[in-house]
Design a protein around this ligand. Structure first.
Ligand code: G6P
Length: 369
């Protein structure tokens, strides 16, 4: 590729480290800090009437699908509008149930993924309002939607998406706030509060990235594993899904992401003293429940790498390895816990000697079915 690696060994590592900048560029100009308002025009919405939306459908593939799945929690919380997150390759073959009050959102870094393109076209044909949230300007998906909102993450070269993920999540949070503002679902005080949290993300990401050398060190323990399980609840479920996806893509180690509460319905049978489980358990509203899941794993001899809140001695004491992120609000948390997911798979892949920027069988943008 034509871009410089800027001193990093791989584009992926460079892009992981560009996350603070990527999120800053996504939110730039869209949050009015003085008035505590979302600037909807700067967000890219001009044709769609947000006041009329009573249902949301997010359509995506791969990492973009996990960004959408994670953001769903925030959009529903802010707006009380039901949100469905659909895999593009599935939604386009189902019976369409959208109408003119449905907002269908295509989330795609490249804006060229064929399944996402076909699925959003299908929703548009069936009468939905369509919005493209993309990184590459002038993309085919954007051309086919009523409105286009760029995430401005900057060019992403590594096949495994990293900075685009964080930028997509921040973009969808802004959209959720914009909907809440237009439909008067949140007070301006509440919107201001959320904006104040969002603007902290870049600097807290910066801080979290300093974990890289520590994660490099502990990655030695995992690179020979044949399988790793990732668990979490709520937003952290999708951070776990993203962690497992990245590990498979980069290191070719089998990995599975699971909702922690579903462990007892299957994956708990896999647990023995040879299995590492990456447990996402920061201090959020699901914390107590996740801790009891970790105790169940521990009681069965499973090895635990937990990702939690810095200084959480209780969690540390039931873990074999612990990675801590700074204490912060629920809006910020998933941004921070995603960083160790990206770094862990990166460093494991480097130890294994796989092709980090161009893993076998994968493509940056998939334009064939
Ligand atoms: C490919 C890439 C992934 C990406 C997915 C969706 O599988 O390897 O990194 O998440 O496509 O791509 P998009 O450009 O639509 O976000």
């Amino acid at each position: 590729a034509m871009l410089d690696k800027n001193g990093y060994d791989h584009y992926m590592l460079k892009e992981i480290h560009e996350q603070p900048q990527a999120v800053a560029q996504t939110i730039n100009g869209r949050l009015d800090l003085e008035l505590g308002k979302i600037n909807i025009d700067n967000y890219g919405i001009s044709n769609i009437n947000l006041k009329e939306i009573d249902r949301i459908q997010i359509i995506a593939c791969g990492t973009s699908f996990y960004a959408g799945s994670l953001a769903r929690y925030f959009i529903e919380k802010f707006t009380k509008i039901p949100v469905e997150v659909e895999l593009a390759s599935e939604s386009r073959y189902r019976t369409s149930t959208v109408n003119s009050r449905t907002l269908s959102i295509a989330v795609s870094q490249s804006g060229e993924t064929i399944d996402t393109l076909q699925a959003i076209k299908f929703s548009k044909e069936n009468g939905a309002q369509t919005l493209a949230i993309v990184n590459v300007p002038g993309s085919t998906i954007a051309h086919n939607c009523h409105d286009e909102s760029l995430i401005y993450a900057g060019p992403e070269v590594g096949v495994a998406s990293t900075k685009a993920f964080s930028a997509q999540v921040s973009s969808l949070i802004i959209l959720g706030l914009a909907l809440a503002q237009e439909q008067k679902k949140l007070s301006s005080e509440k919107i201001t509060e959320c904006i104040d949290e969002l603007v902290k993300v870049p600097s807290l990401l910066e801080k979290t990235l300093t974990l890289s050398s520590y994660i490099e060190k502990i990655s030695k323990k995992f690179y020979k594993a044949s399988s790793i399980l990732f668990i979490g609840r709520g937003q952290q479920w999708f951070v776990a899904m993203e962690g497992a996806l990245k590990l498979k893509e980069l290191s070719y180690i089998h990995a599975e992401g699971y909702a922690a509460g579903e462990l007892k319905h299957g994956p708990i049978a896999l647990i023995d003293e040879n299995l590492w489980v990456v447990c996402l358990a920061p201090k959020d509203s699901y914390y107590e429940k996740t801790i009891s899941n970790i105790e169940e794993i521990r009681a069965r001899g499973g090895k635990i790498l937990s990702v939690g809140t810095e200084g959480d001695e209780d969690l540390k004491s039931i873990s074999d390895e612990f990675i801590g992120v700074v204490e912060c609000s629920e809006i910020i948390l998933p941004f921070l816990t995603a960083v160790p997911m990206h770094l862990l798979s990166y460093w494991i892949a480097v130890k294994k000697g796989t092709d980090v920027d161009q893993p076998r069988n994968l493509a940056k943008s998939v334009t064939v079915e």
